[in-house]
Design a protein around this ligand. Structure first.
Ligand code: GLA
Length: 393
């Protein structure tokens, strides 16, 4: 069956207990930020297009307390990791903070360096239930949780758009991953019971109520074949899109239409580049259509759009994998499944499937029978974005 996701309170208590054990006193501040799943709108964010993610119940929690020094001591005690990992660094000169080991601490350091106000040293414990390397944005959850924690200890609350951009910059500069803006945005702005349509050009958002999902569900299936976002494949695709926009004299593919493909062909753009462009342009159209379908409760249409999205990611953008294709095809073969696609960057990670509630056990058992790897399943319940938590047990 689907995995049980510990509720936020349970994770918070673990973090508070771990803080007390490690530092011998109670934490004074506690925050959390969620991972995300993208319903549709893949590889569109860095092209100033549209995305339609929702925040998940899986979260990264940080519990901590200023320590009256210039030193930050942070313990990562993720439930997925049995051994505890510790990072310690001086923050008196933020410009002197550099990425290093342990790797997870780079996301924290990046946020500290980008935080606009001066900071006190602090002790903290980080615990996360967002699976790492599954394409559910464990890095964005850590960045946004860190930023929210810094807001909590300084009392300075940033504008949400600037906060998301600052966290994205942390990932660019400290993890070397040239990601788009989707993951940080939804982790900051998610709302309970809602998916979010984000226009990545002007950063405007529409919160879409998911109440009228009625007897339909989104099921996440983790292929447990880790995605390698930092691999050059992501960067190559991003560069091909930027190059195509440049060839057409446009700032981004958002200003390009399907008609312009003919010009690209005349200009001698490669078939691969044209396929990348075709994916992005159609994916933007699909994402806007998906928002309308979701608002109208037209799940049949939404499912079709999800299927088209996956097929284009597989054939035009070439970011699927045999594992993801097997999961998608198996899900689609079950009656009551309306659509299934890879979610996130691709190359591994997870799929998202829209299905009628009544067929969920059938889908899960068919995947278990067909898939040779070990799949895990989560219900994609649209959840709240980053927030402060109280420090009560
Ligand atoms: C990763 C990136 C996002 C986005 C997706 C693909 O998750 O972090 O910014 O580009 O891939 O849609």
């Amino acid at each position: 069956m689907a995995e049980n996701i510990s509720d936020v309170k349970e994770v918070k208590i673990k973090a508070l207990d771990a803080f007390l054990k490690e530092f011998g006193e109670e934490a004074t501040h506690c925050v959390c930020a969620p991972g995300r799943v993208n319903v549709i709108g893949e590889h569109t964010d860095y092209n100033e297009g549209f995305v339609l993610p929702m925040a998940l119940p899986m979260v990264t929690v940080i519990a901590g307390k200023p320590n009256g020094t210039n030193i930050c001591t942070i313990i990562s005690a993720s439930s997925a990791v049995t051994s505890v990992s510790k990072a310690e660094f001086d923050i008196s000169e933020p410009a002197a903070i550099k990425p290093g080991e342990p790797k997870w601490a780079n996301y924290v350091k990046g946020c500290i360096v980008n935080f606009t106000n001066s900071l006190p040293g602090f002790n903290a414990v980080v615990i996360s239930t967002v699976p790492v390397g599954a394409g559910l944005s464990s890095s964005a959850a850590l960045e946004v949780a860190t930023y929210t924690f810094l807001e909590a200890i300084t009392g300075q609350v940033a504008n949400p758009v600037e906060k998301a951009i600052s966290c994205q910059k942390a990932e660019h500069d400290f993890a070397g991953v040239p990601c788009g803006i989707m993951d940080q945005f939804i982790s900051v702005m998610g709302q309970d019971g809602h998916a979010l349509l984000l226009d990545c050009r002007d950063k405007s958002v529409i919160q879409i109520h998911m109440e009228n999902l009625k007897d339909h569900l989104f099921l996440i299936t983790n292929s447990n074949s880790p995605h390698k976002l930092s691999s050059s494949a992501y960067r190559d695709r991003r560069d091909a899109c930027f190059e195509a926009a440049k060839m057409l004299g446009k700032n981004s593919l958002r200003d390009v239409s399907l008609e312009d493909i003919k010009t690209l062909e005349k200009q001698g753009a490669s078939k691969v580049t044209i396929n990348r462009v075709r994916h992005v342009l159609n994916e933007n159209l699909r994402t806007q259509a998906a928002m309308k379908a979701l608002q109208a409760g037209d799940y049949k249409r939404l499912g079709e759009l999800m299927n088209e999205s996956h097929d284009s990611l597989r054939d035009n953008y070439e970011v699927s994998s045999p594992e993801l294709d097997t999961l998608v095809n198996t899900a689609r073969s079950v009656d009551g499944v309306l659509g299934s696609r890879l979610t996130g960057a691709g190359f591994g990670g997870c799929t998202i499937t829209l299905l009628k509630e009544e067929c969920i056990s059938k889908v899960i058992s068919k995947i278990k029978d067909t898939y040779t790897g070990k799949a895990t399943f989560y219900m994609a319940k649209p959840s709240a974005g980053a927030r402060r938590l109280d420090c009560h047990r």
